[in-house]
Write a protein of this length. Sequence first.
Length: 96
Amino acid sequence: MTIEEFHQTLKAETPPEGISQLLLALWYDAKGDWAKSHDTASEINTKEGSLLHAYLHRKEGDLWNADYWYRRSGLSRPTCSLEDEWKTLVEKFIVL
């Protein structure tokens, strides 16, 4: 799946079959379902999952918790917009 194809799936009512849990969480986030996105991210016990979890808490405005998850991912909180961070995460996770 390409990034463009992933963006096209956002027009659908349901997520595409066969995508990774990382992309599934970002799909739910883009559709406005933060809770479903967070629930999905919470089940991913990898550095990438921690990075996704960090992004979601940053979006929520819980920066203390976000920073905890960024540390677990091995990265620091970015200074870019949330929209740019979402795009970066999609680009990163689409190739995994």
